[in-house]
Design a binder for this molecule. Structure first.
Ligand SMILES: *[C@@H]1O[C@H](CO)[C@@H](O)[C@H](O)[C@H]1NC(C)=O
Ligand SMILES: *[C@@H]1O[C@H](CO)[C@@H](O)[C@H](O)[C@H]1NC(C)=O
Ligand SMILES: *[C@@H]1O[C@H](CO)[C@@H](O)[C@H](O)[C@H]1NC(C)=O
Ligand SMILES: *[C@@H]1O[C@H](CO)[C@@H](O)[C@H](O)[C@H]1NC(C)=O
Ligand SMILES: *[C@@H]1O[C@H](CO)[C@@H](O)[C@H](O)[C@H]1NC(C)=O
Ligand SMILES: *[C@@H]1O[C@H](CO)[C@@H](O)[C@H](O)[C@H]1NC(C)=O
Ligand SMILES: *[C@@H]1O[C@H](CO)[C@@H](O)[C@H](O)[C@H]1NC(C)=O
Ligand SMILES: *[C@@H]1O[C@H](CO)[C@@H](O)[C@H](O)[C@H]1NC(C)=O
Ligand SMILES: *[C@@H]1O[C@H](CO)[C@@H](O)[C@H](O)[C@H]1NC(C)=O
Ligand SMILES: [Zn+2]
Length: 430
């Protein structure tokens, strides 16, 4: 997330390579975001189904999850000469892991690859007087699952692991990569001093980023426009080379993230997923063939479906236009209002956060897209006036529970199933 030093809205400039959406094999049913420093680089990978031979391996979960930290730092890469900073970050991860483990009954440990570096020197991502990027986190792998509404969507590995299926898509060793900026003036509670006027509380940011890694993310993005001026939003397009060697490319549909299943338009309450159903009618639907990716894009741009994609961009940049309707909530006015006020559209800020306007001062402050300096997590909790939720507010709990994480309130969390997994199968469908 990018955060505020003073005021004014951020812009994040990201270039998505067109070639990145083309993959050689249609059967590839996982998406990896392997580069901790380029969180928006998607790679399609062929994750075969594997069957755990030993039941013990599948069931090696801890029973008393309330006192256990289910997050493990498997790798920690801290560049520079910063032992004290690195130790402090590790301690904060321990605290953040415990806090999340107390609210969600995680059954399988979640493995992290944490890096810290100077974003300006290392990533050419420099702050100005108003903004600085604090850090980011992503699932390393997301896998295609079959939802109960008949649509296949991508679910993050950290969540799929919790289902403890004997047969599951192959996991990578790491579940979540998280990267933090050492240019930021971080404050750690273990320092036992007051937070400074220009300091950010690391624990707040660490918690926030872990939720992105757990699946607080959207696959609606401007995948098809190479320039930085966004024009239209679609879910992730699956495009593959024809395996029969014709040289053509096959469009296998726009695919949402599990999170996107619950997005609605406001105030009408229409499911955003229905817009994707319309988009997937493009050129007759999944299985349509094109000369190449450029041909696919130019035909899509000329299609009636493109108007829907342009409409989605509009909704994503006008305040109070989109919400997340948790499972079991029927009244649209009880939804979580998403951040859609940033214009121009900023990849990773719009749609992937809760509305700052509505929640920055509420008990759901954690998932707004930017923070101010000079406030600790406890300051924010106190200001919200609702001390019973701690840092993980009621809407955030409901959202993660809806996605499929177990809480004490849902004994049987939602679980999608495996899609038909024939490597020789044709189009992936809806
Ligand atoms: C966890 O609890 C279940 C049933 O309550 C029990 O069968 C299992 O052995 C326990 N596992 C561990 C690791 O203690
Ligand atoms: C690293 O920090 C220590 C203590 O602050 C200092 O003595 C040492 O010279 C530093 N090393 C480098 C390579 O900067
Ligand atoms: C962990 O992140 C580092 C970058 O800091 C990267 O070099 C390494 O390959 C990552 N490890 C895995 C297993 O992805
Ligand atoms: C990206 O946006 C900046 C500022 O709006 C502009 O100067 C630049 O030309 C744009 N780049 C492309 C490739 O469109
Ligand atoms: C893509 O296909 C179009 C339409 O057939 C063709 O005009 C164009 O040259 C092709 N582009 C590339 C890079 O092959
Ligand atoms: C939905 O909630 C709003 C605001 O809390 C309330 O005014 C309205 O009556 C509710 N609608 C229904 C159908 O319960
Ligand atoms: C939150 O409260 C502070 C004062 O404590 C105020 O300055 C700020 O504008 C409020 N933010 C929002 C989004 O309402
Ligand atoms: C920083 O926070 C302290 C304590 O809340 C407050 O007294 C002080 O005025 C704040 N400083 C600035 C520059 O906002
Ligand atoms: C559990 O559900 C009750 C009643 O629906 C609600 O009041 C409470 O806030 C929920 N607890 C959590 C942790 O979400
Ligand atoms: Zn964020």
């Amino acid at each position: 997330m990018r955060s505020m030093i003073s005021t004014q809205l951020p812009t994040i400039i990201v270039f998505l390579a067109l070639s990145a959406i083309l993959s050689p094999v249609p059967a590839q049913k996982c998406i990896d975001q392997p580069n901790p420093f380029k969180p928006y680089d998607f790679t399609r990978v062929d994750c075969k189904l594997v069957t755990e031979r030993s039941v013990a391996k599948r069931d090696n979960y801890v029973n008393d999850t309330t006192t256990t930290n289910m997050f493990e730092i498997a790798e920690f890469h801290c560049t520079g000469n910063n032992t004290a900073l690195c130790d402090n970050m590790k301690k904060s991860f321990e605290t953040a892991g415990q806090m999340i483990s107390q609210v969600f009954c995680l059954k399988t440990p979640i493995k992290l690859n944490v890096s810290c570096l100077d974003f300006c020197n290392g990533l050419s991502d420099c702050s100005d007087e108003r903004f600085i990027d604090l850090g980011f986190a992503r699932p390393v792998r997301s896998m295609l699952m079959q939802d109960d509404d008949g649509v296949t969507r991508f679910y993050p590995q950290a969540l799929v692991k919790q289902y403890q299926m004997q047969t599951h898509p192959e996991f990578t060793s790491i579940d979540i990569t998280a990267t933090f900026n050492t240019q930021v003036k971080w404050w750690f509670r273990q320092d036992q001093r007051q937070i400074g006027e220009k300091e950010f509380d690391f624990l707040t940011v660490c918690l926030h980023e872990l939720f992105h890694g757990l699946g607080f993310q959207s696959y609606w993005s401007d995948w098809l426009n190479p320039s930085n001026a966004s024009e239209a939003l679609t879910p992730y397009p699956i495009i593959s080379l024809d395996p029969k060697g014709s040289g053509l490319v096959i469009f296998d549909g726009f695919h949402e993230h599990g999170f996107d299943k619950y997005l609605i338009t406001l105030p009408s309450g229409q499911r955003v997923s229905d817009f994707n159903k319309q988009l997937n009618k493009f050129a007759g639907g999944p299985g349509a063939k094109f000369a190449n990716v450029t041909d696919f894009i130019s035909q899509f741009r000329a299609s009636p479906q493109y108007e829907i994609a342009k409409e989605m961009l509009k909704k994503a940049i006008i305040a109070d236009d989109l919400g997340f309707l948790p499972q079991g909530v029927s009244n649209v006015s009880d939804c979580a209002i998403m951040e859609t006020s940033i214009n121009p559209y900023a990849l990773g800020s719009n749609l992937e956060h809760l509305s700052e306007k509505h929640y920055a001062n509420s008990s759901d402050f954690l998932m707004v897209f930017r923070y101010k300096t000079n406030q600790t997590l406890e300051d924010q909790e106190k200001r919200s006036g609702n001390l019973c939720f701690g840092a993980i507010g009621p809407k955030l709990r409901l959202i993660m529970q809806t996605l499929g994480y177990c809480t004490s309130n849902n004994s049987a969390p939602y679980q999608p199933t495996l899609p038909p997994f024939d490597p020789l199968a044709g189009p992936l469908g809806g």
